[in-house]
Design a protein around this ligand. Structure first.
Ligand SMILES: [Zn+2]
Length: 104
């Protein structure tokens, strides 16, 4: 019996210092930072792997290389689905993803 060797690939997610720094920086100015981490708490999810991996499908979220393209895609999703879609700098990779905010 011929078999294809199975590669048991485990995805290891690491928050690099660079991406943590950039991710926190993109939450500025300070007023927004405080609001996102301590009032609406929307930004706390940035530390969770689901900020990088889609919770529903388990696949990697769409990665945008630039903030501008993520903003544009977010606006398009708002028109299509309604609600508030906001781009964020991912702590786990070099790109940006789009998240749907619960609070306006
Ligand atoms: Zn990511």
């Amino acid at each position: 019996m011929v078999g294809v060797p199975m590669v048991d690939e485990e995805i290891t997610l690491k928050i690099t210092l660079k991406n943590l720094y950039l991710g926190l920086k993109y939450q500025l100015p300070l007023r927004r930072f405080i609001c996102n981490f301590f009032i609406t708490k929307n930004a706390r999810g940035l530390f969770h792997p689901n900020s990088h991996i889609s919770q529903g499908s388990g696949e990697l979220k769409i990665c945008y290389n630039h903030l501008a393209s993520a903003v544009k895609a977010g606006e398009s999703m708002e028109r299509k689905y309604g609600g508030k879609f906001r781009p964020y700098k991912c702590f786990f990779c070099d790109g940006f993803h789009i998240g749907k905010n619960r609070v306006v």
